[in-house]
Design a protein around this ligand. Structure first.
Ligand code: FES
Ligand SMILES: [Fe+2]
Length: 368
């Protein structure tokens, strides 16, 4: 799939940069057309850092997690040499899986289909009963690798070329100061399936404009007048003083980072929550919420209050996102004006999105 292959689908005008004071939202087609997601897999998801694990899941040799990026099954595994690698979870024999679920301490990666066995670094070690095959060289076969990088205990992978993760996240550590997240401990995951395009969910995340209307309880905790959005090359930050949470959180600051293209880091006093938005279809996505708390934070009641409140806010967001998807699909909608004061984060996301699609078009054109 490429832009060149679908010339009638994408009007080049949709992909031109826009300045914030005159910016329009993205056209409905980009949220509703079934061909767009295949394009996005190449243009967006294959060329960006995807949050796939936390370091404790892959702490020692043989620990591994299975995931998928841009339609490619991946295995992230700690090698005998201590190196963390991401490799395609697609056997070089006839495409079977090396692993079908997360695991600990594997000695090798044995394909589930016919038993070809790879070392933890992806090198094929043995292939049963292949003695009659001519010119079959076990040592020449290895699993293709993806890029892997870590930040503050979070493991990211990139299928193809992406800017260095340190560049993408540049400035976040400085903003956090002495507040390190690396030794926060994973508590649990909550996943939500949402019947909207993945960009609807992210657009909604990127503005506080809706907070007074959709989230009455959250609105009492945040200071809407002080709610601020900053943007950098690859991420945006929404922040607000946080108070009057009724004991759910200590007073302090709420930091909501959005990292291109689909990662959120929600940092509140004594809590990190990561979100990864996974596109499951044109009008269907899943959002994985992982909760982390400092190792010395053992207040189960407080954790429960945090999770219950997060769940309440999430259901409010799901409700509006699903209604927006219906509006986009109705045929009624023509891209509307963004609010420069309140939707600069949405504009920033759309600029990165338009650029990614433009670059994919150039890539497709140069590839002939
Ligand atoms: S597909 Fe892996 S051993 Fe056959
Ligand atoms: Fe919201």
């Amino acid at each position: 799939m490429s832009i060149a292959a679908e010339p009638t689908r994408l009007d080049p005008a949709w992909l031109s940069p826009q300045s914030l004071p005159t910016a329009l939202a993205l056209p409905a087609t980009l949220y509703t057309d079934a061909s767009i997601l295949a394009l996005e897999q190449l243009a967006v998801f294959a060329r960006s850092w995807q949050l796939v694990a936390h370091a404790a899941q892959v702490a020692v040799a043989g620990d591994h997690i299975v995931t998928e990026v841009a339609g490619v099954p991946l295995l992230v595994v700690r090698g005998d040499d201590g190196v963390l690698r991401a490799m395609h979870n697609v056997c070089r024999h006839r495409a079977g899986p090396l692993a079908t679920c997360n695991g600990r301490g594997a000695r090798a990666l044995r394909c589930k289909y016919h038993g070809w066995t790879y070392a933890l670094d992806g090198q094929l070690r043995s292939a049963p009963e292949m003695g009659d095959a001519c010119d079959f060289d076990v040592s020449a076969i290895r699993l293709p690798q993806a890029h892997v990088a870590q930040w503050q205990g979070q493991v990211f992978v990139a299928l193809d070329a992406a800017p260095p993760l340190a560049d993408v996240l540049d400035g976040i550590d400085a903003r956090l100061g002495a507040h390190t997240l690396a030794d926060y401990v994973f508590h649990h995951r909550s996943s939500y399936e949402v019947h909207c395009n993945w960009k609807v969910y992210i657009d909604n995340y990127l503005e506080g404009y809706h907070v007074p209307h959709i989230h009455p309880a959250l609105n009492r905790m945040l200071d809407y007048r002080s709610y601020t959005t900053e943007t950098t090359a690859w991420y945006s930050l929404q922040h607000s003083p946080l108070e009057n949470s009724g004991g759910i959180y200590a007073n302090g600051e709420a930091l909501y980072y959005f990292v291109w293209p689909n990662t959120m880091l929600n940092i509140l006093p004594g809590r990190l929550q990561t979100n990864r938005v996974v596109a499951l279809g044109t009008d269907h996505c899943r959002v994985d919420f992982d909760f982390f708390y400092p190792a010395d934070s053992v207040d189960a009641q407080q954790h429960m209050r945090d999770q219950n409140f997060s769940d309440e806010v999430q259901h409010e967001d799901i409700g509006i996102c699903e209604l927006v998807q219906r509006g986009l699909a109705s045929g009624s909608y023509v891209a509307g004006r963004l609010n420069p004061k309140r939707e600069s984060g949405v504009h920033h996301f759309h600029e990165l999105y338009r650029r990614a699609l433009r670059e994919q078009a150039q890539h497709a054109a140069s590839a002939g």
